[in-house]
Design a protein around this ligand. Structure first.
Ligand code: IPE
Ligand code: IPE
Ligand code: MG
Length: 241
């Protein structure tokens, strides 16, 4: 696998934890616990492979609809992950970042997240972006409101362009995802990276997330490498092939 053909940014909709648990007669939270193990494996594999950015859809703005017990369990796992993996990030020079609405997170989780982001800020290895309390529509709305706040005053009405909105997204320096993977067989975005994913290649896997390993990531990347990304143009240039 040549490094130049690697997707620079991979996003993963880590889905199917509940179904994985159910298929084994276990409670849903057992699936989330096993999902954390899969996340660790895939982060390591992505870093070893040379991927530059990995966005993990961890908790959506819609996931608050779930039972308080499940939500609390997931938040606890996030905290455990952020704290427990610090040595791993250090060893692998992995930088942790966040996308999503931090204001809507429980204060202890927000503090843990900030500590992990601050601690790893200067690492030049892979960047792992945790999409936590993340919604694609919510991100665009927050971006527009931030843009409006900076242009408030008596001047002319601000004009919105794609570039201007992009500047106010959560991580404007991060390139758009090249590849978005969804596990557990569902063909929908569920509000993930709506703006940034406009031209992402999608890869849907039937496997539940807790069953994912680095090998599955390698297969998804291999599949991505066979795609013809046309961006609305024609393969081979203006006249096509
Ligand atoms: C993904 O697994 C984890 C989160 C959404 C937090 P699910 O919990 O959605 O698992 P299924 O889709 O019910 O199997
Ligand atoms: C998407 O999965 C959110 C995360 C993986 C964090 P969901 O399970 O919440 O999505 P739906 O409900 O199937 O659309
Ligand atoms: Mg699901």
């Amino acid at each position: 696998m040549t490094k130049s053909a690697l997707p620079a940014h991979v996003g993963i909709i880590m889905d199917g934890n509940g179904r994985w648990a159910k298929s084994r007669g276990q409670v849903r939270t057992a699936g989330h616990l096993e999902g954390l193990t899969a996340a660790k494996k895939v982060v390591k594999a992505a870093s070893d492979m040379g991927i530059s950015y990995l966005t993990l859809y961890t908790f959506s703005t819609e996931n608050w609809k779930r039972a308080a017990e499940e939500v609390g369990f997931i938040m606890g796992l996030v905290k455990q992950y952020l704290r427990g993996e610090l040595n791993f990030y250090r060893e692998n020079r992995i930088r942790i970042r966040h996308t999503g609405d931090v204001a809507g997170l429980p204060p202890d989780i927000a503090a843990e997240l900030k500590a992990a982001c601050d601690d790893t800020r200067d690492f030049e290895g892979m960047q792992v972006i945790l999409a936590l309390n993340y919604g694609g529509r919510d991100e665009i709305v927050r971006a527009v409101n931030r843009a409006l706040a900076t242009s408030a005053g008596t001047g002319p009405k601000p004009v919105f362009t794609e570039d201007r909105i992009r500047q106010f997204l959560d991580n404007p320096d991060v390139p758009d995802p090249d590849l978005i993977i969804r596990t557990a067989g569902e063909f929908r975005t569920s509000n993930f990276l709506l703006w940034e994913g406009a031209y992402a290649e999608y890869f849907i896997s039937d496997k539940f997330w807790p069953d994912w390993t680095g090998e599955d990531l390698a297969l998804a990347v291999q599949d991505y490498q066979s795609r013809d990304r046309r961006y609305g143009g024609l393969a081979g240039g203006i006249a096509g092939v």
